[in-house]
Design a protein around this ligand. Structure first.
Ligand code: SAM
Ligand code: SF4
Length: 506
């Protein structure tokens, strides 16, 4: 099975399997080394930072070399079959380490752990611990159980857990962009998708802890946060919903509520009435500092509101970029997928984006060869792509996942070759559109947040425009990573714009 992806930061192919390395917490060394690597979406990478934070607090040190580790954790993804196969292959490679170190603990975390539960222990003899996404606080106990000679499993899903009080540690990031989880789980039941089964019910994190985390990041020098959730538009928090473990004081809560804007401020005297939706949260984070860029992912077409669009328009530091997965351009297929919108609804939302924020970039996810999809219906997806002219896309062949509604109700009846050919057509069309979209920016000046040296040369910087396009330009005196530069775009490829710094306008 093959996935073709035009990458951006939310699901970055180059980060798959990346190991997390952190500095030890002073005075807490227990002499054991943790190796943790992550697969899948940004949410998983963000979760690994929470796991590392919990274990560093127990005195673990991290290592980037699994052969010297005492505990190996692999944070897994179940979204498509090939994601799971990748993890199983990787587990085989850990056998060598287990032979050398009999006390080594090998654990599987995340979605695959949740999907397979204790079956994992039978299928993969190497594995000692299986831990679902809501049970990471229990990791120190589970490791103790394994030290005592038992196998350990905790795959309980929670209706409350948001890890709001745990500050994720992020020392191997570039110190400029950070992911911030604003909610967990998903209450949608897209028929192809395993996420509602592996990540449980949707719950929103206390907005005050989110604002506090973003403020702390800004004070540490970070200049961009991406707010993460499976469906950010259904973010909803009411006063009184906060986790009992939240460390945000009532004074901070009141202070933050007062910055949300007039509507919220009016009711903030009586905090029991405060309700924060996604538009309010975006505004709260945008107000942390005008120099902090705010991104978010993922928006669901059924839920994205004009209120959110007007909030994006109102704040210069909320990036003009929306990831709006379409999945298919055909209404019958969308109904089978249980996406709860049809082609016309999706077009209406795209039109609203173009009307309210004309400069906004839009990206998407597409699945080819879903159950019973005809050639004509596939053409509808291509015509939707022509209509929207997406800036980026993640494009996948349908992969049947055990236990999902589609697996129970519909036959996975499109031959692999047909799925593959449809995918090829979609990828080719997207490449044309990406090129056209970038070409339109040639001759304009873009505000770029410098992220570091370009992959190809330390004579060039790279960074992203507000609309999330990669920009490469020669290193210029007085500019450093973490600063903004105005870059005049001289030319573009299908994925990158190339330019030079021009003076800041006063
Ligand atoms: N919550 C997001 C949404 O609703 O768009 C998407 C989350 S999912 C982790 C990311 C993408 O994986 C989906 O948008 C979909 O395109 C793709 N995906 C999910 N299940 C799939 C499956 N069974 N086969 C192929 N692609 C799948
Ligand atoms: Fe999966 Fe649909 Fe939830 Fe996205 S919205 S995570 S595709 S069930």
């Amino acid at each position: 099975m093959m996935d073709l992806v035009i990458p951006d930061k939310v699901h970055d192919e180059s980060r798959q399997g990346e190991a997390l390395v952190l500095e030890p917490v002073k005075g807490k060394n227990n002499g054991r080394k943790l190796y943790i690597e992550s697969y899948g979406c940004a949410m998983n990478f963000s979760d690994s930072e929470i796991v590392a934070s919990i274990l560093l607090d127990k005195g673990f040190e991290t290592t980037s070399d699994f052969t010297v580790a005492d505990v190996i954790f692999i944070n897994t993804c179940s979204i498509r079959e090939n994601a799971e196969q990748r993890v199983r292959n990787r587990l085989k490679e850990f056998t060598v380490a287990k032979v050398k170190n009999r006390g080594l603990v090998v654990g599987v975390l995340g979605c695959m752990a949740e999907r397979l539960k204790s079956k994992f222990l039978e299928e993969e003899k190497l594995v000692d611990v299986v831990v679902g996404p809501d049970a990471y606080r229990d990791l120190p106990n589970l490791i103790d159980q394994v030290d005592d000679g038992q196998k350990a499993v905790n795959v309980l899903l929670s209706r409350e857990e948001t890890y709001a009080d745990i500050s994720p540690v992020r020392l191997n990031s570039n110190g400029i962009n950070a992911f911030v989880s604003i909610m967990r789980g998903c209450d949608n039941m897209c028929s192809f998708c395993v996420v509602p089964f592996t990540r449980g019910r949707e719950r929103s994190r206390d907005p005050h802890s989110i604002v506090k985390e973003c403020t702390d990041l800004f004070n540490q020098g970070y200049r961009e946060v991406t707010l993460l959730g499976q469906n950010v538009d259904s973010y909803k928090w009411k006063s009184g919903m906060e986790s009992p473990k939240s460390e945000v004081s009532n004074e901070e809560r009141q202070q933050n509520a007062l910055t949300v804007g007039e509507d919220i401020a009016e009711v903030s005297e009586d905090l029991s009435k405060v309700e924060v939706n996604f538009a309010n949260l975006l505004e709260m984070v945008a107000l942390v500092d005008p120099q902090l860029r705010v991104r978010f992912s993922t928006s669901h077409p059924k839920d994205i509101t004009d209120e959110v669009l007007y909030t994006i328009k109102k704040h210069d530091n909320i990036c003009k970029y929306i990831h709006l997965p379409v999945q298919s351009g055909n209404s019958r297929v969308l109904e089978l997928m249980n996406r709860t919108y049809d082609r016309d609804w999706y077009i209406n939302r795209v039109d609203a984006i173009r009307r309210i924020i004309p400069e906004c970039a839009i990206s998407t996810d597409v699945i080819t060869g879903f159950c019973s999809e005809t050639e004509e219906e596939h053409q509808d997806t291509l015509s939707m792509m022509d209509y929207v002219q997406y800036d980026f896309a993640y494009m996948f062949m349908y992969s049947e996942r055990p236990g999902t509604l589609a697996a129970k109700r519909y036959a996975d009846d499109i031959p692999d070759l047909v799925k593959h050919n449809r995918l090829k057509e979609i990828v080719a069309r997207q490449q044309e559109h990406s090129f056209i979209r970038l070409q339109k920016l040639v001759g304009t000046t873009q505000k770029v947040l410098i992220e570091g040296f370009s992959k190809k040369s330390d004579q060039d910087y790279c960074g992203r425009s507000d609309q999330n396009a990669m920009v490469v330009f020669p290193v210029t005196e007085n500019y450093k990573p973490g600063q903004y530069a105005n870059v005049f775009i001289e030319r573009s490829t299908t994925a990158t714009m190339i330019g030079r710094v021009v003076p800041q306008t006063p």
